[in-house]
Design a protein around this ligand. Structure first.
Ligand code: SAM
Length: 253
């Protein structure tokens, strides 16, 4: 049942999505005005009609809806990359993950979703404005209970004594290697997302000094080729997101 204060996703006949908080108020769209209070007590999957007679279907938003609608600061991690980070590092419910930088908080939201209410995501960020955007986005996703955003340069050190995994999206992940050696549990993953090949090269040059502490270095790039589905024909879309970043995994011994 939909309750007052719930966040819901409205979908109009064109497929346009609106993320709204339910309360006794009006919501204006180009297809007419909706009285959101009418949703209270209705089940998800039902619909609401605007004053112009336009029907909007109502569903519960998931984290992808939240991330699509949230405020952006710096470039966010794409879901295809977040997915492989979580899968290859085996990030699980109850884990403690240290993350940096938090940026807009998209990866933070994916991580908070997977660690669940018994897990923790501790996110380091050097820019106050980015930390503020991320804090609001994490709150919008409903994960403030398990996420801590710290205004601190992670290159200078990690305050926590132990972490299951460290996940980085910042320019020089190699600067975090000495701290990772101290806090990562055996079997935990160090993951670095970097857009450029020279960053990966620089990382592995620095890694030589730390290789006795880790095993199975692995670098992947994820390509997703979406298909166009028409009545008579399915074929790859003519454009695709060709490159986002390289993802480096090393596992603590
Ligand atoms: N992964 C984020 C997301 O999905 O929204 C985006 C991260 S953004 C590309 C990189 C962030 O790292 C920036 O906000 C930047 O301020 C932060 N950063 C850079 N160096 C840092 C450092 N040494 N310690 C903490 N944060 C850092």
């Amino acid at each position: 049942m939909i309750r007052e204060g719930d966040k819901v996703l409205l979908i109009d006949r064109r497929g346009k999505r609106y993320l709204v908080t339910v309360s006794d108020r009006e919501f204006h769209t180009d297809l007419g005005i909706l009285k959101l209070g009418e949703l209270i007590g209705k089940p998800y999957g039902s619909s609401i009609t605007s004053h112009k007679g336009e029907e909007f279907r109502v569903i519960k938003p998931d984290i992808n809806d939240i991330i699509a609608k949230m405020r952006r600061g710096p470039q966010i991690i794409h879901p295809k990359d977040a997915g492989i980070i979580i899968a290859y590092a085996g990030i699980s419910p109850g884990d403690t993950v240290i993350e940096a930088g938090v940026g807009s908080g998209a990866l933070t939201i994916f991580l908070a979703n997977i660690v669940g209410p018994s897990g923790r995501v501790i996110s380091y960020e050097i820019r106050e404005d980015h930390a503020e955007i991320a804090r609001k986005n994490v709150e919008l996703a409903g994960f403030s209970d398990r996420v801590t955003i710290k205004l601190k340069d992670i290159y200078e050190g990690i305050d926590e004594e132990r972490a299951d995994h460290i996940v980085l999206d910042l320019p020089q992940p190699e600067n975090v290697l000495p701290h990772a050696v101290e806090v990562l549990r055996p079997g935990g993953y160090f993951v670095a997302y970097t857009p450029c090949a020279n960053q990966v090269h620089r990382f592995f040059q620095a890694f030589q000094e730390y290789r006795e502490y880790f095993y199975r270095p692995r670098v992947v790039e994820v390509l997703v080729r979406e298909q166009e589905i028409k009545k008579e024909c399915m074929r790859p879309k003519t454009t695709m997101l060709a490159h986002t970043g390289y993802i480096t995994f090393i596992r603590k011994l």
